[in-house]
Design a binder for this molecule. Sequence first.
Ligand SMILES: NC(=O)c1ccc[n+]([C@@H]2O[C@H](COP(=O)([O-])OP(=O)(O)OC[C@H]3O[C@@H](n4cnc5c(N)ncnc54)[C@H](OP(=O)(O)O)[C@@H]3O)[C@@H](O)[C@H]2O)c1
Length: 260
Amino acid sequence: MAYKPFDLSGKVALVTGGNRGIGLGMAVALAQSGADIAIWGSNDDNNARAAAQLKETGVQVYTRKVNVANEQEVVDGIGETVAALGRIDSVFANAGVGYGAPSFLDISTEIYRKTLAVNLDGVFWTLRESARHMVERAKTGDVGGSLVGMASLAAIEGAARNEAYAATKGAVISMIKSVAVEFARYGVRANSILPGWIATDMTAGAQGSTAFAEKVIPRVPARRWGQPADFGGVAVYLASDASSYHSGDSFVIDGGYTIF
Ligand SMILES: NC(=O)c1ccc[n+]([C@@H]2O[C@H](COP(=O)([O-])OP(=O)(O)OC[C@H]3O[C@@H](n4cnc5c(N)ncnc54)[C@H](OP(=O)(O)O)[C@@H]3O)[C@@H](O)[C@H]2O)c1
């Protein structure tokens, strides 16, 4: 009999911030592997564009306008997603924002709070509500689930001028480890992903910078920017039964940048 753990038929994956960038890269691979997909974003046009692309794979696609920085919208979002697709097997808490600043000295309290609201509160509420759903399911005998937090190299490297962002990403790794231990008894695993330099809207400024092209990208052993599609493999693995016993880990996807 063939080994086919990466066939996600019958499973449902939720990707927050799944309408563009890394989130869409993961959602496309999950859909191509047969999972029904829910994507959340705060912009209806972005959601509609991504939904059209995802539907080409033939799976069920559910999109919802959810601002993850709003607790009630996240609570309602999980309820409505389960109502629409029947269940949620894997959740990628990926929605995030990054605000550039010339220095730590220039990061206002307003920007600090806005960064925490999306990158930390949003992940906290998304994971908590998803865990509630998975525990309820487990109590009926339907055990299992995969929770994924999108962190960043900023969590483990000194990310100058990015103190607020770095703090949220370090917190995601810590939160995921707590979740991994608490919910293992329900068959739920939890892991984080740490992307390196990835070409998305978030890094548009760096992609246009000559200094960056001359000094940073040559230090990436893979000698290129990462692409959203580079996150398809890890997403499918984490959504699949192949990762059933893999929990509390951090996946660095950076073309070798951190070890060079
Ligand atoms: N790009 C990189 O180099 C890099 C490196 C390390 C980590 N990351 C992390 O990877 C994740 C994805 O980043 P990306 O580069 O793909 O960014 P991106 O292209 O800017 O996409 C961000 C996504 O998050 C959604 N989003 C933003 N605020 C939201 C909110 N309040 N509620 C719901 N959705 C929201 C956006 O959708 P709407 O616009 O529709 O709201 C969009 O889908 C983020 O957590 C980021 O911190 C990125």
